[in-house]
Design a protein around this ligand. Structure first.
Ligand code: NAD
Length: 285
């Protein structure tokens, strides 16, 4: 059921922020979308319009519903516009200083009960929350890309996130059609990146040591476990560099050797063989 009359502010109109604005407006939220430049906002809203049009042309969305949803999105370059929001979702660059600065400012702006959520994929929520005077109101809402297509939202509890905030974040994410999983402790990589890192690192070690080829490792995961895509094909799609960095980060925090990437992965990145975006990774593309 659509939530009507609820106010959402989304900070950052890039890939994720515009996707979150899109699904939320469609679900009846009044959305204020904030970015630093008019061009970024235009890019974001153009993407939203194009995506709604695609759903309409496929018969998955009424044209009138798309129009009404678009009308619920207001754009601004002024962060003060977030003052009235019940929920704020931050989706700016993955840079801790930028996020902390935004949360510090939001802390001085928003109402007492407002949920302050970050879409970070890897920064500890506790570090972001510490930039505010209300860490109990800060939570991770880790949506997946592309937001309109992916059903998962990983809810991350920071060290001091309250049960009430977690419940409100769940209500928000479910109201926009997502299924939530809860990460009860603020660990590096949350649940999803920890799982994929462990699998990719082990797959890379098996490939490096000649135990099996990349193709056979991926086929084993697809046919043996029903995965849609094998771990090394996933590494190529996501970027070998991205997964190397994620695994190193989790290893640095956890000191658990299962996340320590093999040297061959580092050499691939040194050589620029980072997967689909460079034309070569575990496979030629
Ligand atoms: N791309 C993914 O697949 C993915 C998936 C899950 C989570 N995330 C996370 O979501 C967040 C956003 O990622 P993205 O891929 O949408 O990035 P993006 O680069 O597409 O967009 C970031 C946007 O933030 C804007 N921005 C920067 N500083 C700002 C500020 N002070 N105020 C308002 N806007 C500001 C930029 O202008 C840009 O439009 C990151 O934390 C990322 O780690 C990304």
């Amino acid at each position: 059921m659509a939530v009507v009359g609820k106010k959402l502010a989304v900070v950052g109109a890039g890939l994720m922020g515009s996707g979150i604005a899109q699904v939320s407006a469609q679900a009846g939220w009044d959305v204020t979308l904030r970015d630093v430049t008019g061009e970024a906002l235009t890019r974001g809203t153009d993407g939203i319009k194009a995506s709604y049009e695609k759903f309409v042309s496929k018969g998955k969305l009424e044209a009138s519903a798309a129009e009404a949803a678009l009308a619920r999105i207001t754009t601004t370059t002024d962060l003060d516009a977030a003052a009235e929001a019940d929920v704020v979702v931050e989706a700016v660059f993955e840079k801790i200083e930028v996020k902390r600065e935004i949360f510090g400012r939001l802390d001085t702006l928003v109402k007492d009960g407002t949920v302050l959520a970050s879409n970070t994929s890897a920064i500890p929520i506790t570090k972001i929350a510490a930039a505010t005077s209300r860490p109990e109101r800060v939570v991770g809402t880790h949506f997946f890309s592309p937001v309109p297509m992916m059903a998962l939202c990983e809810l991350v509890r920071g060290h001091r996130t309250s049960d009430e905030t977690l419940a409100a974040a769940r209500e928000f994410a479910e109201s926009v059609g997502k299924t939530c999983v809860v990460v009860n402790r603020d660990v590096a990589g949350f649940v999803t990146t920890r799982l994929i890192s462990a699998l990719v690192v082990e797959a890379a070690k098996l490939q490096e040591s000649g135990v099996a080829t990349a193709e056979d490792i991926d086929t084993a995961c697809k046919l043996g476990f029903g995965h849609a895509m094998g771990p090394l094909a996933t590494a190529d799609l996501t970027g070998v560099d991205i997964l190397l960095h994620a695994s190193e980060n989790i290893y640095a925090e956890s000191r658990d050797p299962k996340f320590a990437p093999p040297e061959s992965m580092r050499r691939m990145v040194d050589a620029g063989d980072i997967g689909r975006k460079s034309g070569r990774g575990y496979y030629d593309h």
